[in-house]
Design a protein around this ligand. Structure first.
Ligand code: AMP
Length: 619
């Protein structure tokens, strides 16, 4: 039975589609595809030109959001309010980005903590999840335009190396965009499916997926057994791609024309023009032997042979990574049955030849390398929709399972639609000094606050050694067996104390109730994400206030009166904001306190090292 929903913007009834869409949420570009008349189709933009949607979000003066091609045009004119490469920030803390901070032209908050990064746009703070949701909304709108139906279900792809947090972040982004994410699929798995590899159950195969995009390189070695894909190893370089080919070409032309790098830095237009020309040249050289053009009255040219000489070291680097991946998988190249090419940069003939030579076989390159992951995602979606009867659907858990954390937040441990049986472990710690007991409350559901989810049970882990908050290491294990029985175990690793309970997760819940819970979670996604952001900001702020207090106590001697009173003042402002409900105000106050105390903390550290060195003999 088709459902109807009301399109509030256009004020008309829209049919709710049965179609499940496949989404490739990429670093540079994203795509959406679905199965049309039995074949996967990547949906093109309104002009019918390209299926790629730049993964770029721009905030206009009035804070209105635009995405895709029109947002890309703002990269040059308004870089501070134009966010690219959000995927690199998914599920990351600032510390994870060390060494690559300069890569981003917008403001990423360095709060010197382990918590997830935020992006500052004027006086608002956004999580990578919220920004990715904007891209997903853009893709959803694109496909809805073509189908003239509302779509609510999707499969989204992620790199094979994405960890739990990054996968969960991607799911949350989907939810926020109004999508029920049926499954998160590995990009190399999707690419293989697009070529029909692994679609027959009896196949036993080993596959290498070589993915060279604009800014990243990934190699994944997969094995397929009984229709199940397993990632044997992954390797790559998160800062190597076609953009580096462009840079090599620019360097060459600077030499050719006598233009100076400083001229490029000073003249943004010139730098942009040469970058675009280099990319055009590179693309042309994939089909022709020679390119010539002009820049600012200077003639520039290059042959394919010269271009290949320039990029050879980069291509060789990717082969080194392939070697490592093969080694980690414990395989030699002759064991690889197929090699699948993914990403726009695999159109470069030298790349294809080098990869073919390394694996000693023809590579799969008939499909558009930009579209192949999205096409595979659409195929996976179609399998989940039950339209592909010859593929086995594995048993999955229908609702997410997790525990309550500080502030009443739901921390998902087993996401919904995970294949069962499944076992997942995660580490937690205490939030109060000297805490001896920890309540583990287990919930089922998709909402961000546990109060809106279904409580399955709780128990108390007793006998935790009384230590400062954050020191005990408590591992919580969820084991969900094929009958839907969940065993939850909590163990404090230092002392070894442990406690275990068994819960029936599916007991007493009907299909209708489950469907209702899912619907509620999507309807309330925006409010839920806002509350989560507020609670997380409060949490983080409380930790920072605590550290500031401790810091003042321990370092009184090396601080001036003025520094002490300013720190107390800033901490006071933060305390006041924590009691309010404005997460941006909390974030601003937190940043101000951090900015002021960071140099003081470094000074204290230097002093501590200096006094530790005193009295030590240096041999
Ligand atoms: P992706 O991240 O997969 O969208 O890959 C985009 C990258 O592929 C960019 O660096 C493009 O310049 C590059 N690219 C696209 N088409 C070609 C082509 N015909 N020849 C060489 N590189 C290309």
């Amino acid at each position: 039975m088709a459902k109807l929903s009301i399109d509030l913007k256009e004020g008309k009834l829209k049919k709710e589609s049965d179609v499940i869409i496949g989404i490739d949420l990429g670093t540079t570009n994203s795509l959406v595809a679905f199965i049309k008349d039995g074949d996967p189709l990547a949906v093109k933009d309104e002009k019918g030109k390209s299926s790629l949607m730049p993964s770029i979000v721009h905030f206009q003066e009035d804070n209105k959001v635009i995405v895709g091609e029109i947002a890309k045009q703002k990269l040059v004119t308004d870089p501070g309010n134009t966010i690219y490469s959000v995927k690199r920030l998914m599920g990351k803390a600032f510390n994870d980005l060390s060494g690559h901070e300069d890569y981003f032209g917008y403001t990423i908050i360095d709060d010197d903590t382990e918590s997830l990064v935020k992006i500052r746009v004027r006086d608002s703070f956004f999580s990578p999840i919220e920004l990715s949701a904007e891209i997903l909304k853009g893709l959803k709108a694109r496909v809805e335009q073509v189908l003239d139906e509302t779509v609510t279900k999707a499969v989204i792809t992620v790199p094979a190396y994405f960890n739990d947090t990054q996968r969960q972040a991607t799911r949350d982004a989907g939810k926020l965009a109004g999508l029920d994410v049926l499954r998160i699929v590995n990009e190399p798995t999707a690419a293989s499916l697009a070529y029909g590899i692994g679609r027959k159950e009896e196949e036993d195969k080993t596959i290498a997926v070589y993915d060279l995009g604009g800014g990243t390189f990934d190699i994944s070695i997969l094995s397929i057994h009984d229709g199940i894909f397993e990632v044997l190893s992954t390797n790559g370089d998160t800062y190597l791609g076609g953009d580096d080919f462009d840079r090599k070409l620019i360097d060459y032309w600077l030499e050719q024309t006598g233009l100076k790098r400083s001229e490029l830095i000073e003249q943004k237009d010139l730098s942009q023009a040469i970058r675009l020309l280099a990319e055009d040249a590179k693309k042309q050289l994939s089909f022709e032997e020679h390119f010539s053009g002009s820049i600012n009255g200077h003639e520039v040219s290059i042959t394919r042979t010269k271009f290949e000489e320039l990029i050879k070291p980069l291509v060789d680097t990717t082969i080194d990574r392939c070697k490592s991946a093969m080694q980690d998988a414990g395989l030699t190249v002759d064991k690889v049955d197929h090699v699948v090419m993914v990403g726009g940069s695999t159109r470069v003939p030298l790349v294809k030849e080098t990869v073919s030579a390394f694996f000693g076989q023809q590579v799969y390159d008939k499909l558009d390398p930009d579209e192949v992951v999205a096409l595979g995602a659409a195929i996976q979606a179609d399998i989940l929709a039950g339209n592909n009867k010859d593929i086995l659907l594995l048993d999955v858990t229908p609702l997410s399972l997790g525990i309550e954390t500080v502030g009443g937040l739901m921390d998902v441990i087993i996401p919904r639609n995970s294949k069962i049986p499944v076992r997942v472990g995660r580490q937690y710690t205490t939030s109060i000094d000297g805490q001896k007991n920890l309540k583990v409350a287990v919930y089922q559901g998709e909402r961000d606050l546990v109060e809106h989810n279904r409580k399955l049970g709780e128990f108390i882990l007793r006998g935790i050694p009384p230590l400062a908050a954050g020191l005990p290491k408590i591992e919580i294990h969820f084991l969900l067996d094929a009958d839907g029985i969940l065993r939850v175990k909590a163990k404090e690793l230092r002392s070894g104390v442990e406690q275990e309970v068994e819960i029936r997760s599916q007991y007493g819940i009907s299909e209708e109730e489950m469907a209702k819970m899912l619907l509620e979670s999507i309807k309330n996604a925006e409010g839920d994400v806002a509350i989560r952001a507020l609670l997380e900001a409060r949490n983080e702020a409380n930790n920072i206030i605590l550290s500031a207090d401790r810091f003042l106590e321990q370092n009184h001697a090396i601080l001036s009166e003025e520094e002490i009173s300013k720190t107390i003042g800033l901490a006071g402002i933060l305390r006041e904001k924590v009691n309010g409900t404005d997460k941006d105000a909390i974030n601003v106050a937190m940043q101000n306190l951090n900015d002021f105390t960071n140099p003081l903390a470094h000074r204290a550290m230097d002093k501590a090292i200096a006094s530790a060195m005193k009295g030590k003999k240096i041999e």
